[in-house]
Design a protein around this ligand. Structure first.
Ligand code: MG
Length: 160
């Protein structure tokens, strides 16, 4: 299932490498000497979780269906326009950030505002519907950052 999730993310122009850059950005000031490999491992652990996989697949499917005009109205237009009051994209993303507790939610709010790296590119890519994708990326990055924070607290021991 994780393989399918990574493939579907890539089909939408999202690579784990790009997400790792965001995680690195979030955590570098807290952990000097943080390596990209640690960020990639944390993302991998996040993508291992079934509730994360389901949230990613659901969000990406809705983006694709909206893009292809396959959703009924009025939701088709609402998702295509990324209506500011819609908010279900953020709600879905919370299913991802929640897995490692509140640290993830704080980072998610920050990324949602700052639109770092790939998140900004997704947010402004013309011709594509990325209403769910930008929040999914922000959520995976936040959850991975939270996992790194938890691991550091436990002296490098992994808590699953
Ligand atoms: Mg969005």
């Amino acid at each position: 299932m994780k393989k399918i999730v990574i493939e579907q993310l890539e089909q939408r122009g999202i690579t784990v490498d790009d997400i790792a850059l965001i995680v690195f950005d979030l955590q570098k000031s807290y952990y000097p000497g943080l390596e990209k490999e640690v960020c990639l491992e944390a993302i991998d652990a996040v993508l291992e979780k079934r509730e994360v996989q389901y949230a990613v697949l659901t969000g990406l499917a809705l983006d694709v269906l909206a893009e292809q005009d396959l959703l009924p109205e009025p939701i088709s237009t609402i998702i295509k326009m990324d209506e500011s009051l819609y908010g279900i994209d953020e709600i879905l993303a919370l299913a991802i950030t929640n897995i490692y507790g509140t640290i993830g939610i704080t980072s998610f709010g920050y990324l949602d505002k700052m639109k770092i790296g790939l998140i900004g590119r997704l947010d402004s890519s013309l011709g594509y519907v990325n209403t769910f994708a930008d929040d999914i990326v922000a959520a995976i990055a936040s959850a991975a950052a939270a996992k790194i924070a938890h691991n550091q607290k436990g002296n490098g021991k992994y808590h699953h």
